[in-house]
Design a protein around this ligand. Structure first.
Ligand code: URA
Length: 236
C-alpha cells in the first residue's frame, strides 16, 4: 500500500497529466479520509470478510454437518480490539452469532466494565465456526483446519490489540504449550503470518470458566484492568 503522501502525490500528478488545474464538486468528497485518519476502508473489509466466509464454508470439516448455523463474527468490523473465543455453544449455534448465550452475557459484562462494547468498539470471533457436538472441546485436527483462516481473519480486521479468551484460543493463536492459568494477564507480541506488524495480545480466563469457578473472577478483573491501562496508554 502507498503511504499517505505518496498516494496524494501520485493522484495529483495523474490529474495534472490530463491538464486538470481545478476540481470543484457540489459535495466534498472525502477521498483521503481513510488513509489520513487511519480508518479502515469499510467496503474492502466487507468484501474480504465475505470472501473469507466463502472459503471457510467450503472447507472439508465434519462439524458443519452437525451444526445448525455457521458462526462467523459479531461486533464492529472497524475495531481496534479483536476478541477471539473457542467455539460456538448451543445458543450461538441457534442464532449464528458468537457469545450470545450465558458465556456471552458474562463476556459482555467483563468487557463493558473496561468500556469495550460489541456494538461500539469490539470485534468478536471464535477459533471454530461450527459448534462441536455436545459442546466438546475442539480436537487438534479441527483447530488445525481453521487456524490458518482465523489468522487470515485477524489480518483482515488488523486490530491493535487482541484479547484471547480461554485456553483453546490462547494456545492456538500464540502456538504455545503453556495453559491459560500460567499465561493469563501477560502481554505477547503476536506475529501474524499475513501481516508485517506484530499485534499486542493478551489472554484472559474464559467467561464459561468464570461461571463455573466464580472465585477466579478477581484474577480476571485484574487482567481486564491491565487491558484498560494498555488501551489508555495507547489512546485506543
Ligand atoms: N464460548 C466461546 O468460546 N465462544 C462462543 O461463541 C460461545 C461460547
Amino acid at each position: 500500500m502507498l503511504n499517505k503522501k505518496k498516494y496524494a502525490s501520485v493522484l495529483l500528478n495523474y490529474y495534472k497529466s490530463f491538464g486538470v488545474e481545478t476540481h470543484i464538486q457540489n459535495k466534498p468528497r472525502k477521498r483521503f479520509e481513510s488513509c489520513f485518519s487511519g480508518k479502515k476502508n469499510e467496503n474492502s473489509l466487507k468484501t474480504k470478510l465475505t470472501n473469507l466466509k466463502k472459503e471457510i464454508i467450503n472447507l472439508d470439516c465434519e462439524l458443519k454437518f452437525k451444526a445448525k448455523n455457521f458462526v462467523f463474527f459479531d461486533g464492529i468490523t472497524n475495531s481496534n480490539v479483536m476478541i477471539i473465543g473457542e467455539a460456538p455453544g448451543f445458543e450461538e449455534d441457534k442464532i449464528g452469532k458468537p457469545f450470545v448465550g450465558a458465556a456471552g452475557k458474562k463476556l459482555d459484562q467483563m468487557i463493558n466494565a473496561i468500556d469495550l462494547d460489541r456494538r461500539k468498539n469490539v470485534y468478536i470471533t471464535n477459533i471454530i465456526p461450527w459448534r462441536p457436538p455436545d459442546n466438546r472441546t475442539p480436537t487438534n485436527d479441527e483447530i488445525g483446519i481453521f487456524l490458518p483462516y482465523v489468522e487470515k481473519h485477524i489480518s483482515i480486521i488488523n486490530p491493535k490489540i487482541i484479547l484471547l479468551f480461554g485456553n483453546v484460543a490462547s494456545k492456538s493463536i500464540l502456538k504455545i504449550e503453556d495453559g491459560i492459568t500460567k499465561i493469563h494477564g501477560k502481554w505477547f507480541n503476536y506475529k501474524n503470518p499475513f501481516l508485517k506488524k506484530e499485534i499486542l495480545t493478551t489472554c484472559i480466563f474464559h467467561p464459561s470458566y468464570l461461571l463455573r469457578s466464580p472465585s477466579q473472577k478477581k484474577i480476571a478483573w485484574e487482567d481486564l484492568k491491565k487491558v484498560k491501562r494498555k488501551l489508555t496508554t495507547l489512546k485506543i
